[in-house]
Design a protein around this ligand. Structure first.
Ligand code: FES
Length: 180
């Protein structure tokens, strides 16, 4: 777990048997897709796609992180029937390069559906890499959230269809809708 603030600090200090309150599910999810499907996950973006690895027929996953020690849950991924490609920015394991550059290198002619989650830079890069191609991409965005239920607008982003709240209107958006 990456400790990045008060909330994750508290979560990381929890012990087996501790309890907490959780409000879920919130927002939308990835749509059902037909045909070829590629799943892309960058860093902590692996968490939202776990269920896809189990529910999608023969998915192919590209999962990347900055370095080998930042790759999580490889044992869980191996238990799914997905084909997966690991990448690291520094080349410490797997393919060298970030997820989108590896995708572009290994799947230059891919057409079909892409389901992705990762940091904004990865999503922007995916948008550029798929522009003008016969690809439909849905991305789960990462955003700082306060209320989580659409009340505070703290997670609002600009889209081609006006302002949207990542927590309530997303977190999954058609990448064609995004302004990045
Ligand atoms: Fe409050 Fe999204 S976190 S509106």
């Amino acid at each position: 777990m990456q400790v990045k603030g008060k909330g994750t600090k508290q979560l990381s200090s929890m012990q087996p048997g501790d309890t907490t309150d959780i409000l879920l599910p919130l927002g939308n999810g990835f749509p059902d897709t037909e045909g070829d499907c590629l799943i892309l996950a960058g860093g902590m973006g692996i968490a939202p796609v776990f269920s896809l690895l189990r529910s999608t027929e023969k998915p192919t996953l590209i999962y990347g992180a900055r370095t080998e020690s930042e790759l999580f849950a490889l044992d869980i991924i191996r238990e799914t029937n997905s084909e997966f490609i690991i990448s690291t920015d520094d080349g410490s394991t797997g393919e060298k390069g970030d997820v989108i550059s590896v995708f572009s290198r290994l799947f230059p002619d891919f057409h079909g559906n892409i389901l992705a989650c990762g940091p904004d830079a990865m999503i922007s890069s995916l948008r550029r890499a798929t522009e003008g191609k016969n690809v439909r991409a849905f991305v789960s965005l990462e955003a700082r959230m306060a209320c989580g239920v659409g009340a505070c607008s703290g997670c609002a982003i600009r889209t081609k269809n006006g302002m949207k709240r990542v927590c309530r209107d997303g977190p999954v958006f058609d990448i064609a809708e995004l302004i990045m």
